[in-house]
Every structure is written in C-alpha cells, then in structure tokens.
Ligand binder design. Structure first.
Ligand code: GLA
Length: 380
C-alpha cells in the first residue's frame, strides 16, 4: 500500500470519515555543497521520493493533535498555551505554530495522522519534512498562502530558536521547494535558485550507514564557530565572500589557527565545486559531477572533519563498483547517509553489492536504495 492510501486509511480508521486535506513533504539528499549554507554559500540538494504524509481535518477548539505511525506518543497541544518541553517530535509542530503566530498568522487547530518512509535521524531531513508539512497544513486550514521560501525561514527558526540546533536553511528550502526530476542550485545568500536535472542515465543511490554519533550537535556548532572565526580573520561577513585566490595568498602569509584554516579551506573550495557541479549537470557531464562529489567527500573527511569510519567505508565500497561515478557523505555528517551517483543500469547491482560488503565489514545491516528527485511540499 502506498503511503497516501495508508495515511488516508489510518485517518478513516481513527475518525470514521475521510480527511479534509492530505499533504506530502519530502526528505532530501544534498548532491554537493556541504556546510556552505550557513556561510551564505551555494548548495545543490534534491528532494527525494520518500516523504512525510499528514491527513487532517480542522478542529473548532484551537488544539493540534496528531498521531504518528513512527512514534508511540501523540502530539497534542493547545495553540494558546504550549510550553517548550524540550523533547520529542511534537516540538517541531509546536515550533511551527509558535513562529507562524509570531509572524501574525491566526491559526486554526487540527487533528490527524502522520505516516513517513523517511528514516528518522539518518540525515535525510525528516524534521524539515515534518516542519514544512505542518506549515502547509496550517496555511491551508487557516487560509493564508504557502510561500515555500518564507515557510523555510520559519522552519529554520524552529530549528535555531525552538529546538536549539543552529542549522542553516538548506533542508527547509529544498523540502518546501523541491522539483520533480531536478536538483536545486540554491544561493543561500538571497535564496535564488535554479532547477537542474541529473545527467542522463544516472541515478542517486542513498546508503544509510545506520549509525549516528553523539557529537553531531556539538560538532556542528564547533565547525560553525570555526567558520565564523575564519570569516572574521579574513575580514569578510561570511566565507562565501572569500575567493579561492584570496584564500590561497593570505593563508600562506598570515596565521590563523589550524582548525579554522581547514574549515575555511573546505568552504571556499566547496563553493567552487558546487558551481562546477551545476555546470557539469547543465552540460550532462556525469563523470565530472562524480569527480566533484569525490573531491567534496575528501574535503569533508580531511579538512572539515565531519565524516566517520562508516561513511568513509560506504563511499569506498560504492566507488569500487563499476558504474559508480562518484560518492560522498551527505548532510551534516557524524553518521547518517552517504550518496553515490551511479549509472542507472547498474544501480540495483551496486546497491546489493555495497549492502552485502558493508554488512560483512561492520556487522550492521545498512539500508541502500535508489532515489529520484521529487517535488516539494504539496497538497495531494
Ligand atoms: C544539516 C543542516 C543544514 C546544513 C547541513 C550541512 O543538514 O541542517 O543546514 O548545514 O547540515 O551542509
């Protein structure tokens, strides 16, 4: 049963009628451009064909009540009074309610059910998917337009100021504004974007290591702080404003602490790689795109230092397969998923070989699957 039918049926079983509204909101992978978003730089993510689905009806009493098939506790709160309890998936919905109300929207309450096939805590942005899905439900039922970019900014505030994760804007934008069949080249300074298709006869393989490391929050904050130190040292507001040439000259003659220098090097060259990757995609140069993805991984592993043993292993195992054009970790790092760009005809074979080899090297059963670029958050 596909998730649209499942979420409608679960709604019917619970409430004895069909939902007023069903929304779908996808997860994402990032093809290239990691840890560049909060440096005002470029990213090239795509929404994937795995998503959060919510089926709802409105309520008269300004309460929000949602049952999730992935969670044991329901989300249940009143729109007039909801303290931050600092735990659990409800906080994403409460946070959306908080910042939508702060932005002046009069919200209507609702109830419903949620299903998802985005694995949680695997770096595929299941939380951004929930935020944008909730945003669309609020906008549809409360009668204000859903502007994907404005909603993404609200979602980022939820992460930054309600959840306490100082993340950038990439995940929410791609989740809200993804395009069927294309990745999005996004300039995180002004949020302008361009849709670009994958090279013909290629497909993205997602390789979930099924690992996550505890330092992912503190590690992220540390890297971000190093980027800010480097930007201040070079006298720019964000590392996006530092060219490769200027970085090369000044990093040879002036002294910055080693970690900040490595972080800056990653960001400066990663921005260049994103623009080169977009050009490779426009001109259907799959091999070039693959090489840039490989280089991005090396930089994240050695300079930015956010990869892990399991992510490196996935990348190496996939690169060893004929038909793999390039591979890298995707998302924030410290566990989660790697991706590979592979020839479509070889995808299934590569997936099963990588899966078996990873399992025998680590004793962990991974989840390796192909994915296609899908559309962003929408009413279905
Ligand atoms: C996480 C964050 C994003 C971005 C990536 C790294 O996914 O949510 O904002 O910083 O890490 O590119």
């Amino acid at each position: 049963m596909n998730l649209k039918h499942e979420v409608r049926k679960e709604f019917y079983d619970r409430y004895g009628s069909w939902p007023d509204l069903v929304v779908r909101s996808p997860g994402r992978v990032n093809l290239i451009g990691e840890h560049t978003d909060y440096n005002d730089g470029y990213v090239l993510p795509m929404a994937i064909d795995r998503a959060v689905w919510i089926a709802v009806r409105s309520r008269e009493d300004r309460r929000v009540r949602v049952h999730s098939s992935q969670q044991s506790d329901p989300c249940d709160f009143a729109l007039d009074d909801f303290p931050n309890s600092d735990s659990g998936w409800s906080e994403y919905l409460k946070g959306m309610a908080k910042f939508l109300q702060d932005a002046g929207h009069a919200l209507v309450g609702w109830e419903g059910v949620m299903c998802s096939d985005i694995p949680i805590s695997s770096g595929l942005s299941s939380s951004a998917a929930v935020e944008m899905a909730a945003g669309l439900v609020f906008s549809e039922l409360s009668g204000f337009p859903f502007d994907g970019t404005a909603m993404a900014r609200i979602g980022q505030r939820v992460e930054n100021d309600w959840i306490g994760a100082k993340t950038g804007i990439m995940d929410q934008v791609i989740c809200a504004n993804g395009r069927e069949g294309a990745a999005l080249l996004l300039d995180c300074r002004d949020l302008s974007s361009e849709s670009i298709a994958l090279p013909p006869n290629t497909i993205v393989l997602v390789m979930n290591t099924k690992t996550r490391h505890d330092h992912r929050t503190s590690g992220y904050a540390d890297r971000r702080a190093s980027c800010e130190t480097a930007a201040a040292f070079f006298g720019v507001s964000h590392l996006r404003d530092l060219s490769v040439e200027e970085f090369d000259v000044r990093s040879r003659t002036e002294s910055l602490d080693a970690r900040s220098l490595q972080c800056a090097r990653h960001v400066v060259f990663e921005n260049e790689r994103v623009l080169a990757a977009a050009e490779a995609m426009r001109s259907a140069e799959a091999a070039d795109l693959g090489r840039l993805m490989d280089a991005s991984h090396t930089s994240l592993r050695d300079d930015f230092q956010v990869s892990t043993r399991e992510l490196n292993l996935m990348v190496e195992l996939s690169r060893a397969q004929p038909g793999c054009l390039g591979a890298r970790m995707t998302g924030g790092g410290f566990g989660g998923c790697a991706i590979a760009l592979v020839q479509t005809a070889k995808a299934e074979e590569i997936a099963s070989t990588v899966s078996a080899n990873y399992q025998s090297a680590t004793q962990i059963t991974p989840d390796v699957f192909t994915t296609r670029p899908s559309c962003g958050t929408s009413v279905v």
